[in-house]
Design a protein around this ligand. Sequence first.
Ligand code: NA7
Length: 551
Amino acid sequence: MTATETAEDVVRVDAVVVGAGFAGMYLLHKLRQDGLSVRVVEAGTDVGGTWYWNRYPGARCDVPSMEYSYGFDAELGQEWEWTELMAAQPEILRYAQHVAERFDLRRDISFSTRVVAASFDGGRARWTVTTDRGDRIEAPFCIMATGALSAANIPEVPGLERFTGRVLHTGAWPKEGVDLGCRVGIIGTGSSGVQAIPVIAEQAEQLFVFQRTPGFTFPANNKPLRPDVKQAYKENYAEVRERQRHSSTGFSNWSPINKADKKAPATGPRPPRPKLRELDEQQRQEAWQQYGFGLFNRFTDIYKDPASNAAACDLYAEHVHAVVQDPDVADALTPVGYPVGCKRQVLDTNFYETFNRPNVTLVDLRKGAITEITETGVQTETGHYELDILIFATGFDAMTGALERIDLRGRDGVRLTDVWAEGPRTYLGLQVAGFPNLFTVTGPGSPSVLANVIVAIEQHVEWIADTIGHLRRNGLRTIEATAEAAEEWGRHVNDVAQGTMYVAPTCNSWYLGANIPGKPRMFLPYVGGLGRYRARCDEIVANGYEGFALA
Ligand code: NA7
């Protein structure tokens, strides 16, 4: 089936998809397979989403590449060759491009086009999507594959428009690359900053790192992918994918290399998990010597018990001081005042070592905040830093930003931004009450960002496609989450987060919306686990789409 263009230049299709990242690409393929006509609208010039936009130096996935890829097509899994344990951005982008070619996706994608509005006409049960080029696309189903970390956050700093140098954001890095052999400033030390800083330091004349909150970062230990590991994964492809699908985080948690060992049945009662809390100071030091950063996986009471957490933070601080030569810089880089495990885990390559370089200066914003940007650089309460390039590694308006930046209106013209004024409410992270036939992929309330996101995406896409199929087969026009079901799901999302470090009172993370001034503080993703979430979604279908109104 093909899209229909009418005299008024309205494109009519069965489904319109916003975004051609990993979610949008699979949606296009899946819905097409189901016989729907689809139009995808994408702001970039090509596919890839996150991996299209985040081209900053050092950008890399922190999930093993053999598990960070689509699982829906076994042949695709067999033919693609990853080169590193954790792939760098260019390789993941090439993979996305390969998928686009293999499944002939580009012909149904409008590139370089940004969706500015989408509204639902209740009478006709149709969505109309409007773009910045003035196009209008009409479809019964509208799917927002806009990404959880795609709305770049550039903080409002007075004077930014005066700066005569170049301003960049890590999440919108120029395709043609940037000559960084000059005086560079970077604001932010989250995942993006921590990955970029060591690589930029090797190129820059001088690098000034403006840090507001020091973070916890663990060595990535990235390396070339061993051919025998790759082969073992491919030979056991079906089993690896099946394990991923039903695991709590989207990882198979199983090395095919050690298949025999891992499958050995456990005999006798499980030994109790060791507790860091129960060790005295000397034993903790010995544990650190023995396990290094593995200690954070071994002693899981760290993530539940504040006393164990504090002990782990002390060991971490000692590590920072052992690596960073200048004790004042080490102090400034040491996280204090919030627990490990509250923010997104960061993995690095030579992050702390980079601060021993003579061309790298750490500017501790806790000792003096940024007051303004001048024509020539950054002014803080303690000094002025002359720069040629200023990089914002300041993250994203996570999970809600990309949706709220579109003028989204549901039944009776109600605006999404009004409905979410007190914080987002969704049912399963898939639908918003009052917005029939609108689906969100990796929306707030979904496990998405707390899981291997491609595995999470595939679950959402398949559920959405199956649901649309169900409606079409049964002559139903609309599906809409009930307000009660969304309310109940919101409570559940909040309940399961309690007792985790994610919601510790001292925690300020993008998971809580705390990185965006004025954003309601609410734990956004679902921490109950992907496997449990999948089972719940399936159960809801088995119960006749419990919590949804079908008409
Ligand atoms: P993050 O993790 O949100 O990190 C943003 C960093 O920018 C963080 O260090 C922030 O400090 C800092 N920041 C934000 N606003 C400011 C202002 N106004 N002044 C100074 N510093 C600021 O974003 P990333 O891009 O690194 O990573 C996002 C996710 O992408 C990551 O978690 C992975 O899932 C992939 P703060 O901690 O707020 O004090």
